[in-house]
Design a protein around this ligand. Sequence first.
Ligand SMILES: Cc1cc2nc3c(=O)[nH]c(=O)nc-3n(C[C@H](O)[C@H](O)[C@H](O)COP(=O)(O)O)c2cc1C
Length: 362
Amino acid sequence: MSVSDLFKPLSLMHGPAMRNRFMMAPLTNQQSGVDGIASEFDQDWIEQLAQGGYALIQTCATTVEAGGIAFARQLGIHHDDHLPGLSGMASAIRAGGGLSAVQLHHAGHRANPRLGGIPAPASGSTLPGIRALTTEQVERIRDSFIAAARRAELAGFDGVAVHGAFGWILSEFMSPYLNERTDKYGGSIENRSRLTIEVIEGIRRACGPDFQIGWRLSVERYGLRLEELREVTAEIMTRELIDYLDLALWDSAQVVAEGVFRGKSMLSVFTSLDRRGVRLGAAGKIMSAQRATQLLDEGCDFVLIGRAGILQRDFPLQVLANPRYDSPALPVTADYLRRGGLSERFITHMRGWPAFVHPDSV
Ligand SMILES: Cc1cc2nc3c(=O)[nH]c(=O)nc-3n(C[C@H](O)[C@H](O)[C@H](O)COP(=O)(O)O)c2cc1C
């Protein structure tokens, strides 16, 4: 494949096609109002991305319940009061010619009580003194994901991306280590994946025929088992329950360290599945035109751009203009980010990421 292949359109099972192979990864940036209402900073950031040439832009992780919050100033979609701000974001993305998705998030046992979060563990043994969610509470959270997707549709988003990664609630339920439940949501992998599948199926039923559903999956930590996740992914693909799978790898070149797939690239464990109509993309250190192109060769339909898109808002346009484009070396100065248009809130957030903002820069 060549760099020009990154600019070929990609149809999705529902709704409009992606105009190219670049998707903006979800990026928490802690700049919303304390009530989760989108701020002028959220709007400004999205407007910058909207003009950047991406085929699809995901929002940051967005709370489906007030109690599911993980981060200060996290964007919310759990109340109708969030609709006007979200509509502004959706309109800006559409005006730039891209598709849009809200990333739906509930922090599960990692909800932060200092921010009004209510830790919601799958198991009673995860957090001292906090009981496992009852079956009814699990169903309520499932329904909150579905209600949030409806709100995303009302706000004018093309779809949602269901956050099933990084130990947050859906990933937590998938893990045999964090999920010791004995009800229909625990035990076998079929039961542990039930919450994810019910969320996805519920969204499909509640939203219109053009509404797009993505699912983000990670395989590292939290006691997750790669073989099981592959099985669940195979089922989701076979049943064509989603439009796209977003594989959240911290390094898209990651090699499997143990188990039956030891020595294989993590990506190949998933690209080797029969994906039917489902599209597959990966995130993780995609910082150059060359690496993005390689991932198409490795079987991805599209790529997700994270940090490279913070460094350069219009990464796809940069690649279009220069097939040898490479991101600036890290760390960068705060002033570099400021000049690019990043707000002080976002820069403060980025100071928390290792080796991103130069520690001496003010
Ligand atoms: C500042 C920052 C915020 C992030 N926020 C989210 C998030 O809200 N939801 C999520 O699923 N992943 C989040 N991630 C992970 C990214 O979406 C992406 O998967 C990861 O950074 C790897 O891609 P990259 O190497 O291109 O940055 C975040 C990453 C960064 C750097």
